[in-house]
Design a protein around this ligand. Sequence first.
Ligand code: CP
Ligand code: NVA
Length: 301
Amino acid sequence: MKHLLKMLDLSTDEIIDILNLADQLKYEQKHGIAHRLLEGKTLGCIFQKASTRTRVSFEVGMYQLGGYPMFLSSNDLQIGRGEPVEDTARVLSRYLDGIMIRTYKQQEVEDLARFGTIPVINGLTDFSHPCQILADLMTIREYKGRLDGLKLCFVGDGNNMMNSLIVGGLKVGMKVAVACPEGYEPDSRVLDFAAEVGGFELYRDPRGAARGADVVITDVWASMGMEADAAKRREAFASFKVDSEVMEYAKSDAIVQHCLPAHKDEEISSSVFEAHSAEIFEEAENRLHAQKAVLVKLLSK
Ligand code: CP
Ligand code: NVA
């Protein structure tokens, strides 16, 4: 593994390896065992969109591993004024040991990796959010003791989260069922992958997708960059929320995941959110551990 660009690129073994290392790093951190595996390494963190979890967990993760995280806002970089990605990639490769980037187009992340000579980590694009999915899989395994054979349900928009959870879930042997309104389906590359491997179902009713689920996941109806569409989306998604009625269809011990930030009483009812807050905030914490594992795998060579 040279980069972390999208879940489609990872093999099942690579995913499980990252999760195993993440578990180990979490355990060791909780027991006061420090690792300075990235001493002297610098990670550039480019943000073209807002972030709480991704920014803080990457900065803290690099610091804990003995490296240095450099926050790079696109408002200040020349890339924000039109300097080509291929030039930015070639320049940054001469200073940094790795790049984490949060942006709009997946192609920009792919181009950074293609033109640069250092590892690139996707910190979220409109297409994909692989760091989040690794933290989600880590959390699900922590709660359920396994991944293979579980049923994952996602209710909501066919966005970066749905795209990446379908691929990540299927790759680790889960059954994946999603519910979304017409016109808000996941990306066709993801649907093609799902059709090829099997174990995937798409519903127009959240109750169908939630039936027998071990884990129920949702995300905002309007992702970053889609704010202008929010009113239209509120209408389209009105019946695509995770509430106690939908949870009735899931297994009685089902866990809930939400990548956060949550719009409570839109995509998830406040009562379901609070009833499952332990799992949801463990998921947020696991961003740190999962990303430390990714950083070690990519940067410590
Ligand atoms: N879940 C997630 O990526 O959160 P941030 O947008 O706060 O980074
Ligand atoms: N789908 C959301 C995820 C935020 C972490 C977005 O892209 O805004």
